[in-house]
Design a binder for this molecule. Structure first.
Ligand code: SME
Length: 162
């Protein structure tokens, strides 16, 4: 398989995700360094769909604070407290947040004023502890749906060591 960063926007979403998941799995096969894996996933997902922002906020103080990176795209807020905004809500609840309109989400944090919709998926390690959240922000309303959720959650299962 080619290890280039492919733009997959010409494909129907399920097929784009099928190819992307295969690419991520092949490139990261056997990789046990979380930062290397997070950087590579950010890069591949970002260039596949070309939304505004794609990346991780890592847990630096469990239950309290997230800090940005690795990511791709426009400037991200450096820190997000648990419970604040969409990322902080995903971290506090441990549940994926699918937000079709960020302006309708109470407490949404605006890092890029063009952001209109987003998906944030919690990331757990093999002990079941939350280590990060993965966030994609789009300039289009309703850019994400349960298809994205299912595939992203599966991609991020690798941090559980499965
Ligand atoms: N939109 C996010 C903040 C992070 S960034 O936009 C990169 C939120 O409300 O959690």
């Amino acid at each position: 398989m080619s290890e280039t960063t492919n733009d997959l926007r010409h494909l129907p979403k399920p097929e784009a995700w099928r190819q992307l998941e295969a690419q991520i799995q092949s490139i990261l096969d056997g990789m046990d360094d979380d930062i290397t894996a997070m950087s590579t996933i950010s890069c591949l997902v970002h260039h596949a769909f070309n939304h505004l922002w794609t990346g991780f906020y890592r847990v630096v103080t469990p239950g309290k604070l997230l800090r940005v990176g690795p990511y791709q795209g426009t400037l991200g807020c450096l820190e997000i407290p648990f419970g604040k905004g969409v990322c902080g809500t995903a971290a506090a609840t441990g549940k994926t947040q699918l937000v079709p309109d960020v302006h309708a989400f109470p407490g949404h944090i605006t890092c890029d004023s063009r952001s209109a919709s987003e998906i944030v998926v919690p990331v757990f390690n093999r002990q079941g502890a939350l280590i990060a959240v993965f966030d994609i922000d789009s300039a289009q309303l309703g850019a994400f749906d349960p298809v994205d959720q299912v595939h992203l959650e599966r991609v991020l299962e690798r941090f559980r060591g499965t």
